[in-house]
Design a protein around this ligand. Structure first.
Ligand code: ADQ
Length: 493
């Protein structure tokens, strides 16, 4: 039986969290260099919404280097990084030129690759000049990073913004081990082929020594794409059999520091926010959703699902609150502005239609909230509503489970299209997030579920969340990257 004091939890956002010691390379393996598009401001770690920063924080130890974009724009992209140190970790960041930011970040990364990798072909806005900007920025990152590298460093590159970075580093003569992890889904070959430079990006992925995916489904889709589009074979040991390539593709599911998060949730029961929430709930049940405000998260479908619940089950009116926390994200991209307007409208409709003088059914906030407050709110919620239309993993599902009171746990309603469904699908209430009726039925089932069934489901869920942790994620990836294989090969792009 799991107790909350043995639960692990993630805190991607707690700045004072001591570095944990499980994921980092051994002393004789050289420095760990993390590269991600966005490097968290060391002073603000603990306040930003987003999945990557917390998980890799686990692997960073004194001596590590974290390289990437500062989050600031300037007239031109910087050629030399700004160096800052905090807790023995070196942060090397470059500012992006305004044009590069527009082409690379807003354009190719977030208006082409993001919708493509979330199966939203209708939202793709491909422009050759955006792709040229994407390559240009990857070259600039390589040029700024290469002089910082020491011969034994192992370099772990993150996410879809930086697919060509290994090829650019190799072109500069870098021989270090280079690994890549894709946080978002990989799509079937027939979908990936929609992208005009699809083959170039597939070859660029094969330049890495290790390419990691969240789930078996993403890995299989990648392997099929490599077979069909590049004509390569996949060996039994996971390596891609292609001339000049020494790439191992594998599944490394990301997780959270569940122990820490559970402790946070337990402490949060005494917090001011938790007391305010309990007073305002006045004995009603809480349904919670926590997401970046992103069209991949299925928020309009979820709002409609809640409206269907209230329409179909009149006896629940006045007895349940739905709190949606949706931190604003990527405001520069037009689709995100449209989504925000749609959600404002839908929330207004639900509350206008069903609200009472003393009951607001849907509470909707677009701010980021602190990790402690979040943990306490998860624990107070009878239902965790996690219904993305597509998601690489979805850490909110894991955080919700880790935060529960083992004696009286809530119920996870989970999209079958979240990567997390591969590990948690047998104990969560799985839904098709496109079907608002199904969402309504699952909430209803969860609210009515007895303690025994909630406990049985929780025990399975919490076991998976405590097994597939951030520490194991880092350890597994770094072990694969430091395995004794030849490195530094180049392939013709
Ligand atoms: P994201 O799309 O950002 O991550 P997710 O995995 O859910 O999605 O991580 C979001 C993180 O931000 C969670 O830790 C959550 O608690 C936090 N967060 C979200 N909204 C917040 C708010 N309003 N206030 C405070 N914190 C908030 C990408 C991929 C995912 C993948 C992760 C990690 O899209 O599929 O799981 O990377 O690999």
């Amino acid at each position: 039986m799991w107790t909350s004091s043995t639960n692990p939890v993630i805190d991607k956002m707690t700045p004072s969290l001591p570095a944990r010691h499980g994921g980092q390379p051994k002393r004789d393996q050289g420095r760990l260099v993390i590269v991600s598009n966005r490097v968290p401001d060391p002073a603000k770690r603990g306040t930003q919404a987003g999945g990557l920063a917390v998980a890799v924080a686990d692997a960073l130890t004194p001596g590590s280097l974290w390289f990437g974009w500062s989050g600031k724009t300037a007239r031109k992209t910087a050629t030399h990084p700004q160096i800052e140190e905090a807790d023995g970790i070196t942060y090397a960041t470059i500012d992006l030129g305004e044009q590069d930011h527009k082409r690379f970040y807003v354009g190719f990364a977030n208006s082409t690759l993001w919708p493509l990798l979330h199966f939203r072909l209708g939202l793709i806005d491909f422009k050759r000049e955006d792709y040229a900007g994407y390559i240009r920025v990857n070259k600039a990152y390589a040029a700024a990073l290469a002089p910082l590298l020491q011969p034994d460093d192992i370099v772990w590159i993150h996410d879809y913004h930086l697919i060509p970075l290994a090829a650019e580093l190799r072109a500069l003569g870098v021989k270090n081990k280079l690994g890549f992890f894709l946080h978002v889904p990989f799509v079937p070959a027939s979908v990936f082929a929609v992208l005009p430079p699809a083959k170039d990006l597939l070859r660029a992925l094969c330049t890495y020594d290790v390419v990691g995916f969240q789930t078996d489904e993403h890995l299989n889709d990648f392997r099929n794409a490599v077979r069909r589009m590049l004509g390569a074979e996949i060996r039994q040991d996971g390596f891609i059999n292609m001339v000049g390539v020494n790439c191992r593709a594998m599944v490394v599911p990301i997780g959270i520091d569940a122990q820490h998060f559970a402790q946070l949730a337990e402490r949060a029961t005494r917090s001011v926010e938790r007391r305010r929430m309990e007073t305002s709930l006045a004995g009603r049940s809480l349904v919670i959703g926590v997401d970046r405000l992103d069209y991949s998260k299925g928020l309009p479908h979820r709002f409609r699902g809640f409206a269907k619940l209230l329409a179909n089950e009149p006896e629940l009116r006045g007895r349940v609150h739905y709190l949606q926390i949706a931190a604003i994200s990527r405001e520069e991209v037009a689709e995100y502005q449209t989504l925000r307007r749609e959600l404002d409208h839908l929330a207004g409709n639900v509350n206008g239609r069903f609200g009472e003088v003393d009951w607001t059914p849907l509470r909707y906030m677009t701010r980021a909230v602190s990790r402690t407050a979040l943990a306490g709110l998860y624990r107070a919620a009878r239902i965790g509503l996690v219904t993305p239309l597509r998601d690489g993993m979805n850490l909110v599902a894991k955080e919700y489970v880790a935060a529960q009171d083992p004696a009286d746990p809530g119920v996870l309603v989970l999209s079958q299209f979240a990567g997390a469904a591969e590990e948690m699908g047998d104990a969560a209430l799985l839904v098709n997030p496109y079907d608002s009726e199904e969402i309504a039925e699952a909430i209803c089932q969860g609210l009515a579920m007895g303690l025994d069934e909630r406990r049985q489901r929780f025990e399975k869920l919490v076991a998976s969340v405590f097994t597939s942790t951030a520490e194991n994620y880092c350890r597994q990836f770094i072990a694969a990257l430091t395995a004794d294989t030849e490195s530094g090969k180049t392939i013709a792009l």
